[in-house]
Design a protein around this ligand. Structure first.
Ligand SMILES: NC(=O)c1ccc[n+]([C@@H]2O[C@H](COP(=O)([O-])OP(=O)(O)OC[C@H]3O[C@@H](n4cnc5c(N)ncnc54)[C@H](O)[C@@H]3O)[C@@H](O)[C@H]2O)c1
Length: 514
């Protein structure tokens, strides 16, 4: 892998004075230093999934020498061949820029770890059937890292893990032959969101470093220096950030607290989603408008407007499993965190409510042809893990519906898990809408909020839209000729073409035309 310290406008290297160099025992005057070339750190990331690959590309973008290690040979081959195994904005550009320069890929752990100062563990931590985090991948990696140590390294938890995991990693490494002074374990939780992962990584709200000694603290500070000092944000060739971006604060804690920060953050965010969904359900019952209610409560700076988006519930590879894992952690500590149980229950019920809403809009479901927009768990990603959209599709298939689905990025993955029977994959939303009895919006892709409504209406058998993401204004949809159902807002009847009675199943048969 070529070392390139100044090729992309990265700050020229300083020849000495790096605290990392001092801690690693270097004099500061060796440009051919095997571990750290001035401010550039050599590091490895184990696990090249949604987090590992994004982190690797972004660390390379910050000037570091990065090797991605994954035991999925096919994935590594694809990365070598210039393909992107996941859909994520800005990732193709970063991979193309750094591949073969500061970014390498391998399945060989020993090769990947040779001479690195830090090893980030970014493998999966899925839920077991009992709800705890399955730590077997992390354990396997810890064992393998212990057996390949070739000098001091900081082993960094990037995966989301239960509190005390750093202690377990340490114990496993010692049991597998690592010398006590040859490594430290630190926690550096990742807060990126799929769909905006690269920007979230490079423009984070905060950087949390959970370190239990100064040596590991120094290495991690060095790695994040380009962000923490603002140096990266002064680069011409940087990835453009959000309008209100600022230099992120670095929050230094002990490893235990950092582990808890990640679980508690995700649990809090999931709680916010379930809370607003519950309020949306009250709005529906009393005829209030959730959008107005969100404006009112979100204006309180203690609450904030962000993440108050009612919908069909949270999903994805993090919130559901992290909530369960945090609940399990609490149980282990002797605390019954029943609030989290309720958050999860509200989320499950939200899906059922949505399917009941579709039923109420259509009276019967058997044999109905439904256009489905969105299969990914959220917009901007191809990730379908725990996708509420897929859960809705599966429920509707069980009810005997025919699905015509479109998703800009997730159809290939969805095809692998949904039954073959009953689902047709369509190249665009209009194709999906052809002849549909109703159109359902299940994922908040930006393009789904900008549909050509006249075109859509003329393609559909009945102009009925059930919007699980509140992407449209009910009055505008009504004026465009749709009968429109959304979350936490009163249904809006079509003002032209076709009137469908929205009072409920008893009043729905048969649909009237003007
Ligand atoms: N996806 C997110 O948005 C997100 C955000 C923050 C934190 N996290 C956390 O990050 C971790 C990884 O999540 P992800 O979504 O990237 O998972 P992922 O399933 O996309 O990727 C995990 C990768 O690890 C590889 N792997 C597994 N065992 C390995 C081994 N022994 N050696 C080498 N590679 C191995 C797999 O092949 C896979 O490529 C999880 O703990 C998750 O909770 C995820």
């Amino acid at each position: 892998m070529a070392h390139k310290s100044n090729g992309d406008g990265i700050h020229p290297p300083e020849s000495s004075g790096s605290p990392l160099r001092a801690f690693l025992g270097y004099s500061g005057a060796k440009p051919a230093d095997p571990i750290v070339e001035d401010k550039n750190v050599r590091l490895a990331i184990i696990g090249s999934g949604y987090v590992g690959l994004v982190a690797a590309a972004c660390f390379a973008e910050l000037g570091h020498e990065v090797t991605c290690v994954d035991n999925d040979l096919r994935k590594i081959e694809r990365l070598h061949n210039g393909e992107e195994p996941i859909y994520e904005e800005f990732l193709p550009g970063l991979l193309a820029k750094h591949r073969g320069q500061r970014l390498a890929f391998t399945t060989d752990l020993k090769q990947g770890l040779a001479g690195v100062a830090a090893v980030f563990i970014a493998v999966g931590t899925p839920a077991t059937e009992h709800g705890e985090a399955d730590m077997s991948y992390v354990e396997e990696v810890s064992r393998a890292v212990a057996q390949t140590l070739d000098g001091y390294k900081v082993v960094v938890e990037k995966s989301t893990v239960p509190v005390f995991t750093h202690d377990w990693i340490r114990k496993v490494m010692l049991l597998n032959g690592a010398e006590p002074g040859s490594f430290d374990v630190a926690s550096n939780p990742e807060f990126l969101r799929e769909g905006s992962a690269v920007r979230d990584f490079l423009y984070p709200d905060r950087i949390v470093l959970g370190v239990d000694n100064q040596r590991s603290s120094c290495v991690l500070h060095e790695i994040y220096e380009p962000l923490a000092s603002g140096r990266y944000y002064r680069q011409k060739s940087r990835v453009a950030g959000p309008a209100a971006a600022s230099v992120p604060p670095v929050i230094v804690t002990n490893a235990k607290s950092a582990e808890l920060i990640k679980h508690a953050s995700n649990a809090f965010l999931a709680t916010k989603v379930s809370f607003i969904n519950a309020v949306a359900n009250i709005c529906e019952a009393v005829g209030a408008d959730i959008k107005q209610v969100c404006e009112g409560i979100g204006a309180d700076s203690r609450i904030g407007r962000r993440f108050l988006n009612p919908g069909i519930g949270y999903g994805g590879s993090c919130f559901p499993k992290d909530l369960k894992a945090f609940y399990a952690v609490a149980r282990e500590c002797g605390y019954d965190f029943r609030l989290l149980r309720e958050v999860s229950l509200v989320n499950e019920e939200q899906l059922q409510r949505f399917v009941r809403k579709v039923k109420a809009a259509l009276w019967t479901l058997r044999g109905k042809k439904l256009a489905v927009l969105g299969l990914a768990f959220k917009g901007g990603t191809d990730d379908i893990r725990e996708s509420p959209a897929l859960a809705v599709v599966e429920m509707l298939l069980r009810e005997g519906c025919e699905i015509r689905a479109h998703d800009p990025a997730a159809m290939e993955r969805a095809r692998r898990v949904l039954p073959d029977q009953g689902v047709t994959y369509c190249g665009n939303p209009y194709d999906a809408a052809c002849g549909a009895d109703a159109l359902l919006i299940l994922t908040d892709w930006e393009e789904f909020a900008a549909l050509e409504l006249d075109r859509l209406r003329t393609l559909m058998a009945y102009p009925i839209v059930v919007d699980g993401r509140n992407l449209y204004d009910p009055a505008a949809m009504s004026a465009a000729g749709f009968t429109y159902y959304s979350i936490g807002r009163s249904p809006a009847a079509a003002q032209r073409k076709i009137e469908v009675d929205i009072r409920g199943p008893a009043a729905l048969a048969p649909a009237r035309t003007e």
